[in-house]
Ligand binder design. Structure first.
Ligand code: NDP
Length: 307
């Protein structure tokens, strides 16, 4: 990755530029895909018409094209049954031109998400949600696992920032706030694999501010706007804000709607005065997720060549 992802914020903390980092990952993926000898294939399955999901799926298709992948999108009506969806996933499992399968979540009510995700062949599970991949990550077999994209992207930013700040991940105190299967837990496994001393905090943690203040590396994956305040942060800490929260903003849009804006789980302005480096929201961890999805698809295609 390029080393120019850390920039001055004009305050104490450096800003970690996820857009530059993600462009660098995508560039490398496109280059490596070009010399693989086979076109990596990504299938994205969307059930229903959830507007946010439509936006995500569109950007995933765009990124796949930009990397020179074979990219297919399956748009299924909201009335699709679980059996029909599972049948499609099985056909994609058997399709040699497809190396990565992504079923966009959330699925409509009435479809058992776990059952569908379990149907995805582990070697095509580019979201890293299948228990086989979860188990490989948990047992430290990271090289064989497909790792969930958001924590994998956050980990790249952590490694790059740690290097830039001349720090050591080994022995560092890492505190992750949030224990979801998608972000918090895999993030903890990745940091543990790099020999950090890891604490996972959650809604039942006692005295969260003082737990957070222990962290050399503080990862926020909560989903609560600006919950983590400046005085929860150890001076000089590396802060990774995974949260994406939409809150009301001043004024009206051109069409007369109330304006909104995106904020993270960390109060950015306060954190900038204390932290050593921090990912902003938007423009931090967010852009890394799609880049890592492409990197996972490339890995799955490469693994398929040797199987
Ligand atoms: P979940 O809702 O699945 O998990 C949230 C976690 O935060 C839970 O473990 C919960 O604890 C914990 N939590 C909630 N309230 C508190 C509190 N007051 N104090 C301490 N811990 C608390 O969320 P996700 O992990 O899926 O997502 C987290 C954030 O990351 C969201 O803002 C989401 O939008 C964002 N996100 C961003 C992505 C990206 O950048 N592309 C991708 C995925 C997520 P408990 O388990 O005890 O309930």
């Amino acid at each position: 990755m390029t080393s120019n992802i850390l920039k001055s914020s004009g305050k104490q903390a450096l800003l970690i530029d996820g857009k530059v980092a993600s462009a660098s990952v995508l560039e490398r993926v496109a280059l490596e895909a070009g010399s693989l000898g086979v076109k990596p294939g990504l299938a994205v399955v969307l059930v229903g018409e959830d507007p946010a999901s439509q936006v995500y799926v569109k950007s995933k298709g765009k990124a796949a094209h930009s990397c020179g992948f074979h990219s297919v999108q399956h748009d299924l009506p909201v009335t699709t049954t679980e059996a029909e969806l599972i049948d499609l996933v099985r056909r994609l499992n058997d399709d040699p031109a497809i190396h990565g399968i992504l079923v966009q979540l959330p699925l409509p009510a009435g479809i058992d998400t776990q059952k569908v995700l379990l149907t995805v062949a582990p070697e095509k599970d580019v979201d890293g949600f299948h228990p086989i991949n979860v188990g490989l990550l948990a047992t430290g077999a990271i090289k064989r696992a497909l790792v969930p994209c958001t924590p994998a992207g956050a980990m790249l930013l952590i490694e790059e920032a740690t290097k830039f700040l001349h720090r050591d991940l080994a022995g560092a105190e890492a505190v992750i706030v949030g224990r979801s299967n998608i972000v918090g837990k895999p993030m903890a496994q990745l940091l543990l694999a790099k020999n950090a001393t890891v604490t996972i905090a959650h809604s039942r943690t006692r005295d969260l501010p003082s737990v957070a203040r222990r962290a050399d590396i503080l990862v926020a994956a909560v989903g609560r706007p600006e919950m983590i305040r400046g005085d929860w942060i150890k001076p000089g800490a590396l802060v990774i804000d995974v949260g994406i929260n939409r809150i009301p903003a001043e004024g009206l849009t051109a069409s007369g709607q109330k304006k909104t804006r995106l904020v993270g789980d960390v109060a950015l302005d306060e954190a900038l005065a204390v932290a050593g480096a921090i990912t902003p929201v938007p423009g931090g961890v967010g852009p890394m997720t799609i880049a890592l999805l492409m990197a996972n698809t490339l890995r799955a295609a490469r693994l398929a060549q040797v199987l």
